[in-house]
Design a binder for this molecule. Structure first.
Ligand code: JHZ
Length: 392
């Protein structure tokens, strides 16, 4: 049974940055969040058709978040050493920072966004430009055979029909193959109050408890879990066929930690929802006060997360003048829903602003390091995670 606990209001597609002439046709949906009493899975109530989100115009280039390029290189090297896979497939390969570390003959990409599929295809990797489904897995078995490593980062939680996605993995995985995937951790989101990690692209937010339930009913099991720092705290899940190998201690440890926090209890989610409402009130109040006192505020990072915060809190150009972002495809556009202009970082002088809100709070250290001069000149950062605060 699904129990609703959070209402994040009317939201646009979080990554659909747009031009002024497209404002009138913008798509919105109600972002409500539920907890499934049977599996413990947290999901959004109204799924948005994936074609609306993941298409030719999808702007999130993983390689623009440069700390992630290193992360994927290290992950690829670690997986090569540990499992020595002969055939590798990546689901949601984006612009290729993970797959680039594997040889072209034995590695395959699956990427529904045509712009990115072209990039990995041009790099020499066979790329299926379509969504991950059991039908596709069957085609791949016919054309390429079974895979020893199936990898996906920040992608499995994008898929509505998890049973079909996991069944597809089970069918395509060789008997001793491993399925490794990483996504933001529900536990870390609840601990940190980062409600902005829930949006159209993340129809599910995973706990290890929920994944263990859903993978098992699809003939797979988790044998290990790594806790990662990326994206504010993610879990890397290692799964295999249900009847192969042993389950490591990390699985029990993670499930225990989640149970102690109360992820199997609806009250935990109600407490979180209450915290989210308070966070909104505090953020709006502090930005409004600063503005009333004549302060200038901008935002660093035109993230899917900042779209969610700004639309939930009703923060527009009345409070935030401009957003800077390193991604070319977002520059010169307006942010979804609240329509704040997005510009390249070097097109503005940060010293003209008093405050910089961190749309990319997950890269707080990197950004604070890059923008030392702003702080030296009296500027301050603002974040809402783990609570609304200003810092230098
Ligand atoms: P970042 C995306 O979410 C969407 P977002 C997606 N659904 C997902 O799951 C997560 O990623 C993983 C810019 N930037 O990674 C680059 C600067 O401008 O937090 C990016 O546009 N200056 C796939 O959008 C954005 O910020 C900088 O110094 O919430 C960061 O986006 C740095 C480091 C980044 O993901």
């Amino acid at each position: 049974m699904f129990k609703e606990f959070l209402d994040l209001g009317r939201q646009p597609i979080a990554n659909a940055f747009l031009k002024e002439e497209d404002f009138d046709d913008e798509f919105f949906f109600d972002l409500k969040v539920c907890w499934d009493t049977d599996t413990n899975l947290v999901s959004i109530k109204n799924f948005v058709e994936p074609e609306r989100i993941f298409n030719e115009d999808y702007p999130y280039h993983t390689s623009n978040s440069f700390p992630m390029v290193n992360h994927f290189k290290e992950t690829a090297e670690m997986l090569q050493m540990k499992f020595k896979p002969k055939k590798v497939l990546e689901i949601g390969s984006n612009d290729g920072p993970f797959i680039k570390n594997f040889d072209k003959q034995n590695s395959i990409c699956v990427e529904p966004c045509g712009n990115f599929a072209k990039i990995t295809e041009d790099l020499g990797y066979d790329t299926y430009s379509t969504f991950w489904t059991t039908d596709l897995a069957r085609d791949i078995i016919d054309q390429k055979g079974h895979m020893d490593l199936i990898y996906a980062a920040n992608c499995i939680c994008h898929i509505h029909d998890l049973d079909d996605a996991f069944n597809a993995v089970r069918e395509l995985l060789s008997p001793s193959g491993v399925f490794v995937f990483e996504d933001p951790s529900l536990l870390r989101i609840l601990e940190r109050g980062s409600y902005d990690q829930i949006y159209d692209e993340h129809p599910h937010v995973f706990s290890v408890i929920a994944l263990d339930n859903i993978l098992r009913r699809n003939g797979l099991k988790i044998f290990s879990v790594d806790n990662l720092f990326v994206h504010g705290g993610s879990n890397r899940i290692y799964a295999s066929h249900i009847d192969s190998g042993l389950v490591g201690d990390s699985v029990r440890q993670n499930i225990n930690e989640e149970m102690i926090f109360g992820l199997d209890n609806f009250q935990t989610y109600e407490i979180f929802a209450d915290r989210v409402k308070k966070s909104k009130d505090t953020l709006v109040r502090s930005l409004s006060n600063l503005r009333r006192n004549g302060k200038k505020i901008m935002c660093i990072g035109a993230t899917a997360k900042s779209t969610t915060v700004f639309n939930y809190c009703g923060i527009g150009t009345d409070l935030i003048d401009v957003i800077t972002d390193t991604t070319e495809a977002k520059q010169g556009m307006f942010s979804p829903g609240v329509h704040i202009p997005v510009v390249p970082r070097d097109s503005i002088n940060l010293n003209d602003y008093d405050y910089a809100f961190l749309g990319a709070w997950n890269f707080k250290e990197v950004i604070a390091d890059k923008e030392r001069e702003f702080v030296q000149n009296g500027g301050e950062f603002i974040t809402h995670v783990p609570q609304v605060m200003r810092f230098r």
